[in-house]
Design a protein around this ligand. Structure first.
Ligand code: ADP
Ligand code: MG
Length: 236
């Protein structure tokens, strides 16, 4: 309808994909659990950001997504909240391995994502741990062995744990590549490809990137299945 078109135009949202659901322009429209909405409002947020509004309904349809949006646009909750809903739907036992995997380029970013997952995942009762290099492996393994729903990891450290047979990704069904362009710039492509080989092909894959160069297009073409592409603003 007209309002969908005008919301997309006003927020510079462009989309490619079939039968893309309309944006959820208010928190009430999302249908998220009320305790979660309370947390979001307590954080001082008044409405979904454009990337959240447009990518949430697509993610909730279990479709693959490539989202291209600049830093600061709210991408983290764009994939985390649908991951909480996914976890609720799957009923997996975290003792059998994590269900959600988020790959992030740096320790700092991975830690921020983990903190956001803990803060907003409390009412959904999800557990999360963070794996990154430059720190001892023992404490990270100890957390992992408690059994967690969500693992946020840098590709280097996760790949180390895979080679040591310390982590099992066979139950992952929701895979996020955050800051994909930056991970490739940092030379993580071989580790990412090794990790993804350990993740079942029957999964939902979400890729977030600030830029859309050919290297990122190539890995998206290899790892995602018929993704909906959402661009916010004039990012290439
Ligand atoms: P990106 O990953 O796109 O760079 P972040 O997910 O880190 O962006 O979000 C940037 C900031 O915006 C964070 O401080 C986050 O808590 C905040 N934020 C997220 N969603 C909303 C919202 N709906 N309204 C206001 N602020 C938000
Ligand atoms: Mg981010």
């Amino acid at each position: 309808g007209l309002s969908v078109e005008s919301y997309r135009r006003q927020h510079e949202i462009t989309i490619s994909g079939d039968n893309v659901p309309p944006p959820l322009t208010s928190f009430e429209a999302t249908g998220f659990p009320s305790e979660l909405l309370r947390e979001v409002k307590q954080a001082g947020f008044s409405a979904p950001t454009p990337i959240q509004a447009q990518s949430w309904p697509i993610a909730l349809q279990k479709r693959d997504i490539v989202a291209i949006a600049k830093t600061g646009s709210g991408k983290t909750l764009g994939y985390l909240i649908p991951s909480f809903i996914h976890l609720k739907r799957t009923h997996n036992n975290p003792q059998m391995g994590p269900t959600v995997l988020v790959l992030s380029p740096t320790r700092e970013l991975a830690t921020q994502i983990h903190d956001e997952a803990v803060k907003f995942g409390k009412s959904s009762k999800v557990s999360c741990t963070c794996l990154y290099g430059g720190a001892p492996k023992g404490p990270q393994l100890k957390e992992l062995y408690k059994g967690v729903d969500i693992v946020v990891a840098t590709p280097g450290r996760l790949n180390d744990f895979l080679e040591m047979k310390k982590v099992n990704l066979h139950q992952i069904s929701y895979l996020v590549l955050d800051e994909a362009d930056r991970m490739l710039d940092m030379g993580f492509e071989p580790q990412i490809r090794k990790i993804v080989k350990e993740v079942p092909t029957r999964r939902q894959t979400l890729m977030y990137t600030a830029t859309w160069p050919k290297e990122v297009r190539k890995i998206a073409a290899d790892l995602l299945v018929n993704p909906v592409q959402v661009n916010i603003g004039n990012v290439d």
